[in-house]
Design a protein around this ligand. Structure first.
Ligand SMILES: O=C1C[C@@](O)(C(=O)O)C[C@@H](O)[C@@H]1O
Length: 226
């Protein structure tokens, strides 16, 4: 997946939504953790959009139990020709039981997939130094370091945008967004400062994170601002 330009991913647990996403999205984020037969769905996939596969673990806002199977599933997904990127949590690749996560990352790369290493904070926006530390750590393992925080104030959003700008200027590929109502506009504005990846559901009622715009809306906003 080419992250040199901004990638807007239609986030869904149902690959059957791909035709509806095609007009506005650059990719599909397949939320395997919320799908009933994710590997079967991938086998049946005949869409044109490339897939970013995510099998989000429970402790990071997803539905997948924290077992070896979820990382094996993610690695197997990367074997599919349409899967051009996978997402794995930073906490999984640096955690105490990180062997499976590191293996999944290596396996995905062997099959030509890019790796997004992600961090989510559903409580707050950490200090700039802490956000920078997390992104730097994620860069050690991923092609893209992704940080989704929760903004409680506009100052939180400004801090995130400034860091996004600085990391991009330093040649790092970052994806950033502030979840929730206060930070919602960051989803449209962060790409102006270099964030290379954004997420939106095809329909607002199927949001995969707090504060997401629907796909058509985010595409319109991003294209007008950039
Ligand atoms: O990690 C992310 C980012 C996200 O949480 C968001 O805030 O848009 C949406 C998730 O589907 C995706 O896996």
């Amino acid at each position: 997946m080419n992250f040199d330009d901004f990638v807007l991913a239609a986030s869904t647990a149902d690959l059957g939504e791909e035709p509806a996403a095609r007009d506005h999205a650059d990719a599909v984020e397949f939320r395997m953790d919320a799908a009933s037969d994710p590997l079967g769905a991938l086998d049946d996939y005949d869409g044109t959009l490339p897939i970013l596969a995510t099998n989000r673990v429970e402790w990071e806002g997803g539905e997948a139990p924290d077992d070896e199977d979820r990382l094996v599933e993610l690695a197997v997904a990367a074997e599919h020709p349409s899967v051009e990127a996978v997402d794995v949590e930073l906490a999984a690749v640096v955690g105490a039981r990180n062997d499976d996560a590191l293996w999944a990352v290596a396996h995905a790369r062997e099959h030509g997939a890019s790796v997004v290493v992600s961090i989510h904070d559903f409580e707050e926006t950490p200090s700039r130094a802490e956000c920078a530390r997390l992104l730097d750590q994620a860069h050690e393992f991923g092609d893209v370091a992704k940080l989704a925080v929760t903004a409680e104030s506009r100052e939180d959003v400004l801090r995130l945008l400034a860091l996004t700008n600085a990391q991009t200027a330093a040649g790092e590929r970052v994806a950033t967004m502030a979840m929730g109502a206060v930070g919602r506009h960051s989803r449209a504005v962060a790409p102006v400062y270099g964030s290379c990846l954004g997420y939106a559901p095809v329909a607002a009622e199927r949001a995969t994170a707090p504060g997401q715009y629907d796909l058509g809306t985010l595409r319109g906003l991003v294209d007008r601002l950039r």
